[in-house]
Design a protein around this ligand. Structure first.
Ligand SMILES: *Cc1c(COP(=O)(O)O)cnc(C)c1O
Length: 423
């Protein structure tokens, strides 16, 4: 597969057209994740303005946090993003195959036998250990050097060289012709917690490593230096990217979210993903009628029950049982009984009152979206973080891409089918 470098090809029409509407799957599957590419554009522009000159590295691992990496990367390239990152080489290869021509850093630790894939697909490599540095020196050649980002573990405790090891590894790499030092980087463990001071400790350790790098006799000239994730950008600010040629590795904010809802007001972001499911059956039950597995919930009165075509097999967490509400008929109504793999049930209230009197089979309920319930609510009901909710929306849920920004009218998806459409 040909790997075109970023600078060689910047024409706007270099991608195969993506069928954004997927109408067939929409009619055959009762649940849809809508991806608002206009919101994605808004978020990346907001982040670029907030980054004060530092360049963004867009984190698109795990299929762009469940949003669909091919479409997300296409929009972000269009918005001028030149650095992307994924977790694993397989994700990088998929992005190349989807037409991504910019830098792609693989954040995870490489196995030595994967280095040929990095070369073949022009992927930037993380060097998290002396062993990985050795393998890179063995593999790289002066005609086809590997681009390496040396990872220093300043306190995350996941992967990386200790601050004591970093200088000798960097010196050795700097003197080799088969490896180019594309970056020196670290990762914060607590940056999304405004109360914690540990990120400051990590930043100091990282600055000490950078000072050693500057003061050593071997010239070490990394192309970029990076530490900040979204949390650091929001809580530490400019000091977390006060380096020469800084990058900010931002993921969750691109998708309109922050690690915790308290951080959300710090940036004017718009959620990119919303989740809708259709009503597949309606019934009126008498008082005492049990609903769902375990028969734990019983109707307290004569009640209209809607069955929705979404469950934990779609990534809507079972822990939401007994806690969640959905928006249906423009009202918030509770999910009752256990959430099943493919379905869940909603209490619409007394059959002769709104919304019960109005809702029909085929109508849409919103599981999360721009107004409440939001994805933050779902994360709270499921005792988890927003990341896990969007990453967890399963591949069997069709993604519907909408791009309503005026300059992209041509790409706008067909409007969603009216709510009384066939399932
Ligand atoms: C996932 C990841 C990020 C992005 O974090 P966000 O909180 O989504 O901004 C940055 N750096 C590394 C190393 C990561 O693994």
């Amino acid at each position: 597969m040909a790997c075109v470098r970023a600078t060689e090809n910047r024409s706007p029409n270099r991608y195969p057209p993506i069928d954004r509407s997927s109408p067939r799957t929409d009619t055959l599957v009762p649940v849809t994740a809508t991806i608002d590419l206009g919101a994605l554009r808004h978020n990346v522009r907001t982040l670029q303005a907030h980054a004060e000159g530092a360049e963004l590295m867009a984190i698109v691992k795990a299929d762009a946090y469940g949003h669909g990496a091919a479409s997300v990367v296409e929009v972000l390239q269009d918005e001028g993003i030149r650095h992307f990152a994924v977790a694993r080489p397989a994700e990088g290869v998929r992005l190349r195959e989807a037409g991504c021509s910019e830098r792609i850093l693989v954040l995870g630790a490489p196995f030595p036998n994967q280095l040929a894939v990095y070369s073949q697909h022009d992927l930037d490599l993380t060097i998290p250990s002396t062993e990985a540095a050795r393998a890179a020196l063995d593999h790289g050649t002066s005609t086809a050097p590997l681009r390496a980002h040396v990872k220093v573990d300043t306190g995350m405790g996941r992967i990386g060289l200790s601050p004591d090891e970093a200088l000798s590894v960097l010196s050795e790499l700097a003197q080799a012709s088969g490896v180019r030092i594309a970056g020196i980087w670290t990762h914060f463990a607590t940056a999304d917690d405004p109360e914690s001071t540990f990120a400051e400790t990590q930043l100091t350790r990282f600055q000490d490593v950078l000072a050693d790098v500057r003061n050593t006799s071997v010239p070490i000239r990394p192309e970029h230096v990076h530490a900040a994730n979204t949390g650091a950008l929001l809580t530490i600010g400019a000091r977390a990217h006060n380096f020469r040629a800084p990058l900010i590795r931002t993921g969750i904010a691109l998708y309109g979210l922050t690690a915790r809802p308290e951080l959300a007001p710090r940036l004017n972001l718009r959620p990119v993903m919303s989740l809708h499911a259709r009503v597949t059956q309606l019934k009126t039950v008498s008082p005492g009628t049990p609903i769902s597995y375990g028969a734990h919930w019983r109707a307290p009165r004569r009640t209209r029950i809607a069955t929705l075509g979404v469950g934990y097999g779609d990534g809507y967490p079972r822990l939401c049982s007994g806690r969640a509400v959905v928006r249906i008929g423009n009202e918030k109504r509770p999910i009752v009984g256990s959430i099943c793999m493919d379905m869940c049930m909603v209490d619409l209230g007394p059959p002769d009152q709104l919304p019960a009197s109005d809702v029909q089979v085929g109508d849409k309920a919103e599981l999360f979206g721009a107004t409440d319930p939001t994805l933050y609510d779902v994360a709270e009901w499921a005792d988890t973080i927003p990341y896990e909710i969007c990453c967890g929306i399963s591949p069997r849920v069709p993604r519907r891409y909408e791009d309503a920004s005026s300059e992209n009218e041509a790409k706008t998806a067909a409007p969603p089918p009216s709510s009384h459409d066939v399932l």
